[in-house]
Design a protein around this ligand. Structure first.
Ligand SMILES: [Zn+2]
Length: 929
């Protein structure tokens, strides 16, 4: 009936996607090269695609210091002009007759290049190189090695509207339109804001002055030094000289924000719209503790004298780690802990911790070039979980790491189309594709190193010396491997006679990851292990790539061991060897970035022992047995659902979130296939046989509490997955509890104050969903009213799902009419999502399909992407369904392409049903009796 992967999980999934792109989202519009401005003054510089391999600036002069003045005018009638001046001190390293730096999308109003005594040099020609965004001053004399020079440039441009460089953000406050200006530079947009040497390895110090009106506040990386009156009644804010920084970590902002600040234990500020600032108090309280924890763990003091956290109403990135002035899309920093649920509480902690971890990994120690983006993002994605523990020491955050980072990356990196973590970046177009796995695989490989160098102090010593050695400088992978190696020397850490560099190079420079298969010989007691590249597509060609794999394994008698598997296969030895009835498992605590398969008998032993006592196994392994086994059925490495379904039996006594959410993620597809069949009740009965012992201990009231302190927030995740999964299996007890709370909410509801807190934010989405599902048409009507009245975005989303998941056909028909009508209460931005929800509702699916067939042209007119509309029927799984779908396609041959993906998905479902359905029915029948 309902998707197990319910609203809360979807939101978390969305967060994952956003985190994946946390620092980058937009690629600006690029314009064609214009060289006609050559020698003209003023010169208008345009950006262009960086498409050639000659990407780097020449190194004959390098910058040491920037003096920057920016004067933005926030006046729409004037076009939001920005005037600026930059004086760059450079040192000559090689004799040359030009200076070359980056600048684009601006007008150079004036220029002069001086020697150390202030005498202007003759500029004989000014050249712009559009593809590289170079600005080249050809000189009438030769620059002398060892001498210093000043490049002094005045420039102007209208503030940008595309959320990179120095750009405008607008928002409404008390009905008035307001503006702010802020910068986003990673990876190569600083050059759109001031002429500069815009490469991460060209670090320099900055003195910044920003012009502003009265009642506005300017920010940059460093603290304010003084404010001076300007000629025209405005003010100039002058800031302290910065630490050495890469251009992409520089940030400027000019706002009319309100602020919350603290000086203990170090200066922190949260800055936001006045209407939203009170929701900044929570992270103002937590952020200093996160920073302290990161400092302690990585044994490095944060050198920035202050840390401002800026909450932007809109942002080109989820968040960006500008040093000392971190910018966030505001929902990643602000939270109303009385009105928002625990996932939001977790999220703001995680994103803030990620950005503060970048202070060490990215800001203090910076990648040499963008091909090594994983060194920034892998460490920040790992450090995020380290730092979060500071203010929340009881949170078992590593469960979320496995679910939100490790498992999805194993999935993404199993495609034939994946790529090595490190690849050449010859142009910025080569950079963006690296980001898909840089976060999760980078963090997972670090986690693997931690797992092998298991004595934590060793690894943290190595990382601390890696930071210390390159502070205010730049790094390559070898710097990390060398420092970790030095930390290991003289200890008893077993690297199998290899160096960390030798081991890790294959993991960062080869695509994909290994499948390790352990096969036992139950006659001799022998254990063979093999490796091959894991590819999720059963049709994929075999790939001969090998890795140096740390095969950690555990047997009840022999305990935990490590074996280095460098060849295609090897032999595990342990004393005593496991007996015939004893299990073995590989990849202890899932610290290795690989999957593990076993012979069927060992799988049986694992399933039996898990059911007898899951606590014999680490939480991560309980989850990974499930994740691997379900994945292996799809990839063809296991012949049937026998193994994964047998493994699910232990869930009856599983008290932790991670194994449950892993099971729910995989069982969701089975449920989607079963829900339209007459065996739906059989599937649900089995699922409830696992859930009911857990549900009995986690009644709804637990979600209904308003926690002052969350304790271990993973307990809330656990409660939620149990409640939502149980209700999704149509448990009458669960639906009834939700209905009672829905009626309580309804009776206390005040339409004049629709967002008055009545229900705990932790329970709301489930109460709406199952309260309406278990209610009648009047409850649906009431929910529809609330959808229209509430000012809460999350309430609107939760209610939309609830409305579309109801069973009454009259209400669903009305919803369909409203989805198609631009003047109905369904907002334009919600209409497509509502239709997709209806397609996922087995009670609404056929209605929705018939409605689409009867109103095809109207749907085409309302939704630009008609393929997204057709995707509502991707769960069709019978030949009759397929016939109906292809008949609709054939009625609209001009739109045939819009059906392709959904038709392919439906064919896949039909093949799955042919292959697995009867087997699963038999298995479920046998298990329930
Ligand atoms: Zn990041």
């Amino acid at each position: 009936m309902f998707s197990v992967r319910n609203d809360m999980l979807r939101r978390r999934e969305l967060v994952f996607l956003l985190l994946c792109q946390a620092c980058f989202a937009l690629w600006p519009d690029v314009e064609r090269l214009r060289t006609s401005a050559r020698k003209a003054r003023p010169m208008r510089l345009r950006s262009d695609r960086q498409g050639t391999s000659d990407l780097f600036l020449p190194r004959h002069v390098i910058p040491t210091h920037y003096d920057i003045l920016l004067r933005p005018v926030f006046d729409e009638a004037l076009g939001f002009p920005v005037q600026g001046r930059v004086v760059i001190d450079v040192e000559c390293r090689e004799a040359a007759t030009n200076t070359t730096l980056h600048a684009a999308d601006m007008t150079i109003e004036d220029y002069v290049i001086r020697d150390a005594s202030g005498i202007p040099l003759e500029v004989v020609d000014v050249e712009t190189d559009g593809p590289h965004q170079f600005l080249i001053f050809h000189l009438g004399e030769t620059l002398e090695v060892g001498s210093t020079y000043e490049i002094d440039l005045a420039f102007s441009y209208p503030i940008r509207r595309d959320r990179v460089g120095f750009h405008l953000v607008s928002y409404t406050e008390s009905g008035m339109e307001k503006y702010l200006g802020v910068t986003l530079f990673q990876p190569s947009f600083a050059r759109l804001t001031f002429p500069c040497f815009d490469e991460p390895s060209l670090k320099a110090r900055y003195d910044v002055t920003i012009g502003r009106d009265e009642d506005w506040t300017a920010f940059t990386n460093m603290p304010l030094k003084e404010t001076l009156p300007d000629d025209d009644g405005t003010f100039l804010d002058v800031f302290e000289t910065s630490l050495p920084m890469s251009t992409y970590t520089v940030c400027f902002a000019v706002t009319q924000f309100s602020s919350l600040t603290t000086d203990t234990p170090s200066p922190f500020g949260v800055h936001a719209r006045p209407d939203a600032i009170e929701n900044g108090a929570f992270m103002l309280q937590n952020a200093p503790s996160i920073q302290l924890t990161l400092e302690e763990v990585f044994k490095t003091e944060e050198p920035m004298p202050k840390m401002d956290l800026l909450a932007l109403p809109q942002s080109g990135a989820g968040a960006m780690e500008h040093w000392g002035l971190v910018t966030f899309r505001e929902d990643f920093l602000l939270v109303d802990v009385d009105a928002e649920d625990f996932t939001r509480v977790f999220e703001v902690n995680a994103v803030t911790s990620h950005e503060l971890a970048h202070n060490f990994f990215g800001n203090l120690v910076t990648l040499q070039w963008w091909d090594l983006i994983w060194l920034n993002e892998g460490f920040a994605s790992f450090g995020e979980y380290v730092g979060m523990r500071g203010p929340n020491p009881d949170w078992d955050v590593w469960q979320i790491f496995v679910w939100d980072s490790y498992q999805p990356t194993l999935m993404d990196d199993s495609l034939e189309s994946t790529h090595p973590l490190v690849m050449d970046v010859f142009s910025m177009n080569d950079f963006w594709p690296l980001l898909d796995i840089a976060y999760g695989k980078g963090a997972s490989l670090l986690n693997m190193i931690f797992g092998v160098l298991s004595e934590e102090f060793i690894i943290f010593d190595g990382i601390a010396s890696y930071i210390g050695e390159s502070s205010f400088g730049n790094v390559v992978e070898e710097d990390l491997w060398r420092n970790l190696q030095a930390a290991v020397e003289g200890t008893d850490v077993d690297l199998g006679g290899r160096t960390i560099a030798e081991i890790m190079t294959g993991w960062t420079r080869q695509a994909g990851y290994p499948l390790v298969t352990a096969i036992r010989d139950y006659d001799t007691g022998g254990i063979r292990v093999q490796q091959e590249r894991f590819l999720s597509d059963p049709e994929a060609d075999p790939d001969p790539t090998l890795w140096i794999v740390p095969v950690t394994f555990y047997t009840p008698e022999g305990g935990q061991r490590l074996y280095w598997l460098a060849e295609g296969d090897g032999t595990l030895t342990t004393q005593p060897m496991p007996g015939l009835e004893e299990f073995l498992f590989v990849n202890v605590e899932a610290s290795g970035f690989y999957r593990v398969n076993y012979d069927l008998r060992n799988w049986e032993l694992l399933a039996t022992e898990l059911e007898r006592d899951p606590n014999q196994f680490p939480i991560q392994n309980r989850a990974e047995f499930l994740d691997d086994a379900f994945t292996f059925v799809a990839s063809g490495h296991l012949p049937s659902y026998e193994v994964p379904l047998s493994l699910t039996r232990f869930l009856r006594s599983e008290p932790k979130f991670l194994p449950w959410v892993t099971a729910a993620t995989h069982l969701e597809y089975l449920h989607r296939m079963f829900v339209s069949t007459e065996r739906r009740a059989l599937f649900q009965a089995y699922a409830l046989s696992l859930l009911e012992p857990r549900f009995a201990e986690t009644p709804f009231e637990m979600l209904e509490q308003f926690p002052e302190v969350y304790g271990d927030i993973l307990d809330w995740y656990y409660n939620y997955i149990i409640q939502s999964f149980t209700c999704a299996m149509e448990s009458s007890a669960c639906v009834q509890q939700a209905s009672e709370l829905f009626q309580l909410w309804k009776s206390a509801y005040d339409p004049q104050d629709p967002d008055r807190t009545i229900l705990s934010p932790n329970a709301k989405s489930l109460v709406y969903l199952y309260g309406i599902y278990g209610g009648d048409d009047s409850d649906w009507e009431f929910g529809y009213q609330h959808y229209q009245l509430t000012g809460s975005e999350s309430d609107k989303n939760s209610m939309l799902l609830a409305l579309a998941s109801y069973t009454g056909s009259a209400s669903l028909t009305r919803l369909l009419d409203d989805i198609l009508s631009p003047t109905s209460p369904i907002r334009d931005q919600d209409a497509l999502q509502a239709f997709l929800y209806l397609g996922a509702n087995i009670a609404g699916r056929q209605l929705a399909f018939d409605f689409l067939r009867d109103n095809w042209d109207a749907f085409k007119a309302r939704f630009q992407e008609v393929s997204a509309v057709v995707a509502a029927f991707q769960d069709f799984n019978t030949p009759a369904d397929l016939d109906a779908l292809t008949a609709l396609r054939d009625e609209h041959p001009q739109d045939a392409d819009a059906f392709a993906a959904t038709v392919a998905a439906v064919r896949g479902n039909i093949a799955w049903m042919d292959q697995h359905f009867d087997f699963i029915v038999d298995w479920l029948n046998a298990s329930i009796q």
